[in-house]
Design a protein around this ligand. Sequence first.
Ligand SMILES: *[C@@H]1O[C@H](CO)[C@@H](O)[C@H](O)[C@H]1NC(C)=O
Ligand SMILES: *[C@@H]1O[C@H](CO)[C@@H](O)[C@H](O)[C@H]1NC(C)=O
Ligand SMILES: *[C@@H]1O[C@H](CO)[C@@H](O)[C@H](O)[C@H]1NC(C)=O
Length: 201
Amino acid sequence: MYSSKCLIGLLLTAILKCVHSVDLRGVTIVSPPFVMKAHNNHFEGYAIDLLNELSRIAKFNYTLYPTPDDRYGSSDKTGKPTGMIQELFMRRADFAIGDLVVSTIRERYIDFSEPFMDLDLSALINKQNVGNMTSFAHLLHSNLTYGTLRESETYRFMSMSADLTIQNLQRYIFMNSYNLVDSRQEGIERARNSNYAFIQV
Ligand SMILES: *[C@@H]1O[C@H](CO)[C@@H](O)[C@H](O)[C@H]1NC(C)=O
Ligand SMILES: *[C@@H]1O[C@H](CO)[C@@H](O)[C@H](O)[C@H]1NC(C)=O
Ligand SMILES: *[C@@H]1O[C@H](CO)[C@@H](O)[C@H](O)[C@H]1NC(C)=O
């Protein structure tokens, strides 16, 4: 039986109070330290802690599944959404959680919560190569090569940036797959041992 109290008030509150159980289905992507695989198909990490706190306060239960194509998601050439954006758009997931960058392309398909983190790009450069560089514009016009982690959110963040310098850095990185590294460790090593600037968030 529903009490009369729960029939008034905000829709969301009403749903949460009247329905006996609230089970939400969420989609995520593994990206340490935000989301990491734990035992028994569970996930852990910074974003998961945040989600657990939310579920406690808003009183909902949830299950999480990894996005099938292992992509954060944007839209492909035909305008079809991909990755977690697609899962939301097709309503296979009620929410997505992870280090997903807010972008205008993505906002065409989905709504974002308030961002929980601001991203800042940095470049890791061997001391001997830093010279007088104090900005990405300097880096762009330097004789260093630069790159970032393959398939990373840094890479996506750069490609979505409204900043012309960042766009140009991204274009340069995109031209040659050699500029991309497969792990943070590889990026750090390459920056240490060569004329390479490792860009990361
Ligand atoms: C969450 O799941 C537990 C255990 O199955 C259940 O007792 C509880 O009522 C559920 N809570 C909500 C808000 O759905
Ligand atoms: C760095 O700055 C100093 C002082 O402004 C200048 O003398 C020097 O030539 C600069 N070095 C390079 C490599 O641009
Ligand atoms: C890169 O440029 C700096 C000065 O801007 C110079 O000292 C250095 O030798 C150059 N390195 C290479 C590999 O060309």
